[in-house]
Ligand binder design. Structure first.
Ligand code: THU
Length: 130
């Protein structure tokens, strides 16, 4: 598998994290997806007054990537804030797994936390229809 340029992916995640729309939680998340071909597609969380219509950063990134024609992904970097890095929520794990469970997932914060996972480790036995 190709080597991941983690610094570039982290920089993209931080850039999009700053654009998160978070008037309710003030919890900013930025996700940068690396496609199999080396492109980077980003997404941030976009909250909504209904709360339920909020979309997480990881799903925003996946949906943007698919809309741009990408369906094969190598890695994702997820930026949050604080002493500990957050991990993708269950729904986002399932959405990421739709396109393959051997994705490298890196969760980090500008404050210095960094954790690496394989998606199959975060979501073993993902639901599949095919
Ligand atoms: N959030 C994400 O963007 N990604 C996750 O994996 C977990 C949660 C967002 C949703 C909401 O805007 C805020 O974080 C607090 O839950």
């Amino acid at each position: 598998m190709s080597v991941v340029d983690w610094p570039a992916l982290k920089a993209a995640a931080l850039e999009v994290q700053a654009r998160a729309y978070v008037p309710y939680s003030n919890y900013r998340v930025g996700a940068a997806l690396l496609t199999a071909g080396g492109e980077i597609v980003t997404g941030c969380n976009v909250e909504n007054a209904t709360f339920g219509a909020t979309c997480c950063a990881e799903r925003s990134a996946v949906f943007a990537a698919v809309a741009q024609g990408y369906r094969q992904f190598r890695a994702v970097a997820v930026a949050t804030n604080g002493e500990d890095s957050g991990t993708p929520c269950g729904i986002c794990r399932q959405v990421l797994a739709e396109f393959g469970s051997d994705l490298d997932v890196m969760c980090f914060t500008p404050e210095g936390a960094e954790a690496h996972y394989r998606l199959s480790e975060l979501l073993p036995h993902a639901f599949k229809l095919k």
